[in-house]
Design a protein. Structure first.
Length: 281
């Protein structure tokens, strides 16, 4: 394994899914309200794919289900699961239940919007530190492990972990979120190495960049609504990585376009230096 993380930008210029590329495919999207999960579910349904949708909020799940059905998409499988409280047994039970209907899975997209606390290490409440690692990293491992048999059943399945720049280039006050995202970057590279001989599943990490996600809004509270693009603007980045017709291995850390070319110091509002946020779900 190389010590240098290869970084690419997605979607590539001119990317368009091939006709029928996603038709009858099956994808799992976890924690859909955290970022681009809801618009990604809509796009996959419009392309003819079936989805399993996970989120702590049953209201979010049911609303998304209603919208997909109204647009003529295949009804998704819904499961209310909170990554902070879900156990390994919960993810294993879900994987077994899904396997009884569909033994193969084309892709898994992991995102997590749990904020908890971010701030200096000295004053970081240990209980929040543990909770953030549990929700962002431990749960990602648990769901990946549970669905690996289904992902391995296809020649070009894909796992995507949504991370952040702080996971590759940590900075002051990023706290447990940076540690968790660094763990996801490493988990993806380990998974890609272990499954390189098969070519499936492929493992990627995706940094959404400057878009309106739960974490971004918490980290940069001074931003005005509409100042950054909506999460729906990066759906094509996820689609390109999930595309079963796309050649190439995993292990690439991907930056969703548009992503700022300028250094992080020029991003505007500073990272909030010490804040505990109660989840709204």
């Amino acid at each position: 394994m190389s010590d240098t993380i290869e970084i690419t930008r997605v979607p590539t210029a001119g990317y368009r899914p091939a006709p029928e590329a996603f038709a009858s495919r099956f994808f799992l999207l976890a924690n859909i309200a955290a970022g681009a999960g809801v618009p990604l579910a809509h796009r996959l349904a419009a392309l003819g794919a079936r989805t399993i949708l996970l989120d702590p909020s049953r209201e979010v799940l049911e609303k998304t289900d209603d919208e997909i059905r109204a647009q003529g998409g295949a009804p998704p499988v819904l499961q209310a699961l909170d990554p902070l409280g879900a156990t390994v047994a919960d993810y294993d039970a879900l994987a077994r239940a899904v396997a009884r209907e569909r033994p193969a899975l084309d892709g898994l997209v992991w995102d997590c919007g749990y904020v908890g606390h971010h701030g200096p290490i000295l004053t970081h409440p240990p209980e929040h530190w543990y909770a953030i690692l549990r929700a962002h990293l431990d749960a990602a491992f648990a769901i990946t492990q549970a669905f690996l048999p289904a992902l391995s059943a296809l020649p070009r399945a894909t796992v995507i972990y949504t991370t952040s720049e702080e996971g590759r280039r940590p900075r002051a006050f990023a706290g447990a979120h940076a540690v968790a995202h660094a763990g996801l970057e490493t988990l993806a590279r380990i998974g890609a190495e272990e499954y390189a001989y098969r070519g499936s599943p492929r493992f990627y990490t995706l940094d959404p960049g400057e878009v309106a996600t739960t974490l971004r809004e918490a980290f940069f509270p001074g931003r005005e609504p509409g100042e950054v693009p909506p999460a729906s603007s990066i759906v094509d980045a996820y689609l390109e990585l999930l595309d079963p017709t796309r050649p190439g291995p995993g292990t690439v850390a991907c930056l969703a376009c548009p992503h700022p070319e300028s250094p992080r110091e020029a991003r505007g509002a500073p990272l909030c230096k010490g804040k505990t946020v109660k989840p709204d779900r």
